[in-house]
Ligand binder design. Structure first.
Ligand SMILES: Cc1cc2nc3c(=O)[nH]c(=O)nc-3n(C[C@H](O)[C@H](O)[C@H](O)COP(=O)(O)OP(=O)(O)OC[C@H]3O[C@@H](n4cnc5c(N)ncnc54)[C@H](O)[C@@H]3O)c2cc1C
Length: 340
């Protein structure tokens, strides 16, 4: 087993680290304080190729791997997790399902702008009564005159209300088989009549990220906007969420590292009893715990990311468990680190 990053992964890490320090960090306070979306930062991330990192060159991507994307998300989130989640949601939730399950026409139509970061695509799964229990989707779509007509609501949807949205892929019940709902994925381009992006949430954090509820009222999209097979929506979102979990865990590793960076810098600057507090053993214990927690989390996230990249569209039970563990480990406050 090789724990070393490849030269390419190291180059991506260094580029993103420099970019985060020089571009994302200086903008972070202004974006956070005024709840602004960082259009200029997003444009520059697009120019760096970050929105196309794990996609093939054939669709305009950089031909990198999933671990490289996670490293990029970690480094960007070290400076601003709101910008990190913008990248994570755009790539893992927006573009990836189109890349993995889309038809040739869908890929050709949508991916060029998405992989360049010129436009953002959203993923609408969560509903007021379908969050963790995502299969409880109530949004419905029925076929009328060669179109899918959608009615329902989604909540907490990232990247749908900016000035550069291209559309959203939603899950909807399209029929029943026995007691089970048939769930399909449908692509709804921005501007489709009956597709409404409602007022933005007032969140406690991630202020530079864009999050809105959505409503669909007799919203009709062409039959060819079905993404993948009819009834395949449940399987698709499980796959999408496995990658999404790992990438969110990578984001959290970036936040943990930022906490350690800030704590270490402060401990060297703040003095008591004639010495920087970093010289006091009680503080050293805390810093050591924080460094250890961040490193353990990074290791499990990188392992899950490398496995996800290898396994492709058919993920194993073991990988799904590893992905869930990596997210659980990093996003649940752990004892001794004050929920770093
Ligand atoms: C900022 C932000 C951005 C988001 N972006 C998107 C997006 O782009 N697209 C999208 O589709 N969704 C998005 N989400 C939604 C997110 O995926 C959901 O919030 C998540 O799935 C949890 O659903 P919920 O909020 O309805 O909570 P619930 O599922 O209602 O859970 C509430 C609480 O109950 C607990 N709970 C749930 N089930 C069980 C159980 N069986 N046993 C014990 N406890 C349980 C949970 O742990 C939680 O503490 C976003 C959310 C946020 C906050």
């Amino acid at each position: 087993m090789d724990f070393e990053l490849t030269q390419e992964q190291e180059a991506i890490r260094d580029t993103c680290r420099d970019f985060a320090r020089e571009v994302v960090a200086p903008a972070a306070e202004e974006l956070d304080r005024h709840h602004k979306f960082g259009y200029d930062v997003v444009r520059q991330m697009g120019e760096l190729g970050l929105f196309g990192l794990p996609f093939s060159e054939e669709v305009g991507g950089a031909g990198g791997d999933f671990l490289s994307l996670c490293i990029a998300i970690e480094e960007i989130s070290r400076a601003d997790a709101g910008v990190g989640i913008t990248l994570e949601a755009a790539v893992c939730l927006g573009s990836s399902p189109i890349y993995a399950f889309g038809s040739k026409e869908q890929k050709e139509r949508w991916l060029p702008d998405l992989v360049a970061g010129r436009k953002l695509w959203a993923f609408g799964l969560t509903e007021p009564e379908a969050g963790s229990d995502a299969g409880a989707t109530k949004t419905r779509a029925e076929q009328r005159n060669g179109k899918w007509v959608i009615n329902g609501a989604k909540q907490f949807i990232t990247n749908c209300g900016t000035e550069i949205p291209a559309g959203v892929t939603i899950t909807a019940v399209t029929g029943r088989s026995g007691d089970e709902s048939e769930i399909s994925a449908l692509m709804v381009p921005t501007g489709t009549p009956g597709y409404h992006v409602l007022e933005s949430y007032r969140k406690l954090g991630w202020h530079s990220s864009d999050t809105h509820p959505l409503s669909f009222e007799d919203c009709a999209v062409p039959a060819e906007n079905l993404l993948g097979a009819r009834g395949g929506g449940y399987r698709q979102f499980l796959h999408t969420l496995t990658g999404g979990r790992i990438a969110i865990a990578a984001l959290s590793v970036g936040v943990a590292q930022a906490c350690l960076d800030a704590a270490l810098a402060y401990a060297k600057e703040r003095r008591t009893f004639g010495a920087p507090i970093s010289k006091h053993q009680a503080i050293q214990f805390k810093l050591a715990d924080m460094a250890m927690e961040a490193e353990v989390a990074r290791t499990i996230v990188y392992r899950a990311a490398a496995a996800y990249g290898r396994e492709g569209a058919e993920t194993s039970d073991e990988l799904r468990m590893l992905a869930a563990m990596s997210k659980l480990w990093r996003t649940i406050p752990s004892p001794g680190t004050g929920g770093m």
